[in-house]
Design a protein around this ligand. Structure first.
Ligand code: FES
Length: 358
């Protein structure tokens, strides 16, 4: 009896009115439920990332966490069948129309062991030559690919990095990857947006891991190529960018900068104009991730507002030594910047200070 600590929660009649509700007992979050004539009380803090279970929903007698949908039995606290995990259960009793909870939990939390995701490893640059990743954001038919002007210039820059700077290079075409759009966990709560990305952790078929790995671990230089689509970068660029919330949000919730001493630069081509808006978006976004930029961090080409003859644009870019020279020079500047950052590590101590004027 010594480990019993009964605390009055409130009137039974009132508490019955909600199927699930969060309550606070002596600083402990509890998920109180009532269904089929029976109350249940379990810890209100999810085992996964601490989501508020009492603010979730109930499905088949399981409390569903509002953040990433982990499920725990509303009375016993046990996770769904097949998962050897549980959260603490609390005893309840009714007396004279009042509901009481024993604040000493009846059971203990039990974590199911699972291997760490590969992206959870320590962030440390491996010694070796400069590494350059090119990310093509061009959308095209996979079976019958077309000539992409921005991707061609990206390839030119990668070839130059390899041949003339001895760099290791990698080309990732987003069009070849199967990956889901961001599901908006950040919009539920900043802490619901996790590193590694929630989708990456839960969906083994999601292929954006390759891009996360290149950005956070492998690459010293990231070159992004995009078409101009109605005055903006390509749709695949935005699909990737939204998933990078998981990287940027670490600064917000954990004061953790995942990207340091890395360089980003851009290749933008399009039939019609708006280069400044496209590059403005990209530079702003990549600065928010923590990248640094070389002097003149982009090359761009457009035919202008009047041009509708895109077949001529393709021919123009194919034949333009001037643009290829620009792609090579972009690499020269980026590699020089990256070498400097690797050698001097100026951003090792940078915290998020100053961001959003805090
Ligand atoms: S499922 Fe509850 S915090 Fe992720």
């Amino acid at each position: 009896m010594s480990n019993q600590k009964w605390v009055k929660i409130g009137k039974v009649a009132a508490l019955k009115k909600k199927e699930l509700q969060p309550i606070d007992i002596e600083g402990k979050r509890i998920a109180l439920s009532f269904r089929d004539g029976k109350f249940g009380a379990i810890s209100g803090t999810c085992l996964h990332e601490g989501g508020p279970l009492g603010e979730g929903s109930i499905r088949n007698d399981y409390v569903v966490c509002p953040w990433h949908s982990w499920q725990f039995h509303r009375v016993t606290g046990k996770a769904r069948p097949g998962i050897p995990a549980a959260i603490p259960q609390f005893e309840l009793k009714e007396e004279a129309g009042e509901l009481y909870l024993n604040a000493t939990p009846l059971t203990k939390a039990k974590h199911a062991s699972h291997p760490k995701h590969p992206l959870e490893r320590e962030i440390k640059r491996k010694p070796g030559p400069i590494r350059v990743v090119g990310i093509s954001t061009t959308v095209m038919n996979k079976e019958y690919p077309r000539y992409s002007t921005s991707e061609a210039l990206l390839q030119e820059s990668l070839d130059h990095a390899k041949k003339n700077h001895g760099a290791e290079t990698k080309l990732i075409k987003l069009n070849d990857l199967n990956f889901s759009p961001c599901e908006g966990y950040y919009s539920k709560s900043a802490h619901a947006c996790t590193w590694p990305c929630t989708i990456t952790q839960f969906d083994p078929k999601d292929e954006l891991t390759e891009v996360y790995d290149a950005f956070v671990f492998w690459a010293d230089v990231v070159i992004i190529s995009t078409a101009i689509r109605w005055g903006a970068p390509s749709s695949l660029y935005f699909k990737m960018a939204e998933r990078m919330n998981a990287v940027q949000n670490q600064m917000t919730i954990a004061d953790r900068v995942l990207i340091r001493n890395k360089t980003a630069a851009f290749i933008v081509t399009g039939g019609q104009d708006n280069v400044q808006a496209v590059v403005g978006q990209m530079v702003t976004f990549f600065s928010e991730l923590g990248f640094a930029f070389p002097q003149f961090p982009f090359i761009a080409h457009s035919r202008g507002w009047h041009a509708e003859d895109m077949e001529n644009n393709v021919n123009y870019v194919k034949q333009s030594e001037f643009l290829r020279e620009g792609a090579r020079a972009l690499i020269d500047r980026s590699v020089a910047m990256a070498s400097d950052l690797i050698e001097n590590e100026p951003m090792c101590k940078v915290v998020r200070g100053g961001r959003k004027a805090r």
